[in-house]
Design a protein around this ligand. Structure first.
Ligand code: I3P
Length: 107
């Protein structure tokens, strides 16, 4: 699966709250590869090439769920990782959101 998502970091590894200044929403082109969610600034960047725009997310043992406690934006899901970091992702509509949630939880 692949597509553009907005992402915001809420907790860093170890479950430490992401500090102010590092909590803004940014857009990424996301590709789910085996156990990795690869994020680049746009779809032209080679997923496995040198221009990896941000650290891929290790989605092994992750948990994705609707961010029902987040009201500021629609179609937002929460991704909780094995290292206890957490992200919010905003998708274009609820169908896309549910498809990302399902596929991430199947890892
Ligand atoms: C953050 C940015 C985010 C905001 C976050 C701010 O500031 O404004 O959009 O999240 O609020 O800290 P910065 O760009 O300096 O990182 P929301 O859009 O969800 O409000 P937060 O600290 O309450 O998460």
């Amino acid at each position: 699966k692949r597509g553009y998502l907005m992402r915001k970091s809420t907790f860093e590894s170890g479950g430490k709250k992401t500090p102010l200044g590092k909590r803004s929403w940014k857009m990424y082109f996301c590709r789910l590869r085996e156990l990795l969610l690869v994020l680049s600034h746009d779809e032209t960047a080679k997923p496995s090439g040198a221009i990896q725009n941000t650290q891929p997310i290790k989605v092994h043992h992750c948990y994705a769920t609707v961010a029902s406690d987040y009201q500021k934006r629609p179609h937002v899901f929460k991704l909780i990782l094995a290292d206890r970091s957490q992200y919010l992702f905003q998708s274009s509509d609820s169908r896309e959101m549910n498809s990302w949630i399902d596929i991430l939880n199947w890892n």
